[in-house]
Design a protein around this ligand. Structure first.
Ligand code: SAH
Length: 379
């Protein structure tokens, strides 16, 4: 008997099972104590999970076999099942489609930016970044984004977020990316979903990522970027938490009239309010934020918009990250021509605003920004 294609499988209801990665250190000790185990086992499990990226108790051979079985059902149920992995950019980009416990689908993308040398001197170290999803689908409905077209399925649990990062760290360490084994260095919340619409689980996941190893993954705060459409109250809450992660704001237009259509939540919190919240964030962290701006041909790439954007940002501690639009199926929109993009960059730079243009990593496997739609296997 052949199994039905994924597309016909209706998502089942119910919360994701509780997982070790959901728990902070105190809750981990409580959980193992509840299972009748001594509290020190919690630290032993943390070492397996956060330092060795081991999520299968069967492989934790320093634990008694009965305990491994007990842990497998109570704290280490599989959260993510790989459905498919696609490679691009000569093996330096890998996109994985994951199935969650209820059949919901999400994607994450692992990317290596190899060390760069100039005249024999290293100017950039080897960087391995994972782009993770915070929700299955997204409710923000930005018309140029593939994820936005399907609507929101549900929030991911903390463990479903952390497991994407741990899987990436494990793949990097195993040498699954071209260039050999390496260490996961960066995490960007630029996959599916609006991270700040899933605030509590995001926040808990951030703690798991930055807590020093082996209590957590021990990633540096600044190497973690949370990208948002601009949910003002949540930006302010994140500022209050003082986590020190990097903030990225998806602006895409400097004027409310256009931004209302490109980022519909702008009708709730407008450009001025979003930038004010980002400024508050920066006052707390002392680190500049980035403004994401997808360059859409003939839509938001006019010189007057570059001038307006430059004037808005010149007095602020922000830099602009231009993203050539990655076309999505069924949309007539396209990326801006290179000369238009160059002029946009120039107009920002003459106003003293720092600009970078993001590469379109993974675009040939629909793994670039805004292309994550978690489409099940074709055919
Ligand atoms: N919800 C978060 C994360 C989204 S993905 C946010 O909106 O910030 C990360 C970035 O990719 C966002 O800036 C998003 O607007 C952008 N993006 C979405 N679709 C895109 C596309 N088709 N081409 C280029 N960038 C896109």
């Amino acid at each position: 008997m052949t199994s039905l294609p994924l597309v016909f499988e209706a998502p089942r209801r119910g919360n994701p099972p509780r997982h070790f990665a959901d728990l902070d250190p105190a809750a981990r000790r409580a959980a193992v104590t509840e299972l009748g185990l001594p509290a020190f086992r919690a630290d032993q499990l943390a070492r397996h999970y956060y330092a060795r990226f081991e999520n299968d108790p069967a492989a934790m051979t320093d634990l008694p076999p009965a305990m491994r079985e007990q842990l497998a059902v109570s704290l280490f149920r599989p959260m993510l099942t790989p459905v498919r992995t696609l490679e691009a950019d000569k093996g330096t980009t890998r996109k994985t489609l994951w199935k969650l416990h209820d059949g919901a689908l999400v994607e994450s993308v692992l990317m290596r930016y190899p060390a760069k040398f100039k005249n024999g001197v290293q100017v950039r170290s080897d960087r391995i970044t994972v782009c993770v999803s915070s929700q299955a689908g997204c409710g923000m409905a930005c018309p140029f984004c593939a994820t936005g077209q399907g609507g929101l399925t549900r929030n991911l649990s903390t463990a479903e977020i952390v497991e994407q990062v741990v899987a990436a760290a494990r793949a990097a360490a195993a040498g699954d990316l071209a260039g050999g084994p390496g260490r996961l260095s960066n995490v960007v919340f630029m996959g599916m979903g609006e991270p700040l619409a899933n605030y509590n689980r995001l926040s808990a996941a951030l703690h798991r990522l930055i807590d020093p190893a082996p209590g957590g993954l021990g990633l540096s705060r600044r190497s973690i970027t949370v990208s948002t459409v601009g949910l003002v109250p949540a930006i302010l809450k994140l500022a209050d938490e003082d986590l020190g992660v990097t903030l990225a704001v998806s602006l895409h237009a400097p004027d409310d009239e256009l931004r209302n259509t490109l980022v519909p939540v702008n009708t709730r919190w407008n450009v001025a309010e979003v930038l004010a919240a980002a400024d508050t964030y920066v006052e707390r962290t002392g680190r500049r934020y980035s403004i994401e701006y997808a360059m859409i041909r003939g839509v938001n790439d006019q010189p007057w918009r570059a001038e307006l954007l430059g004037d808005l940002l010149a007095p602020r501690l922000a830099h602009v990250n231009l993203i050539p639009l990655n076309p999505t199926p069924g949309s007539e929109w396209d990326a801006s021509p290179k000369d238009v993009e160059a002029e946009f960059v120039r107009l920002l730079e003459v106003r003293g605003v720092a600009v970078t243009v993001r590469d379109t990593r993974g675009s040939d496997i629909d793994g670039a920004c805004g292309q994550l739609a978690a489409a099940p296997l074709e055919g």
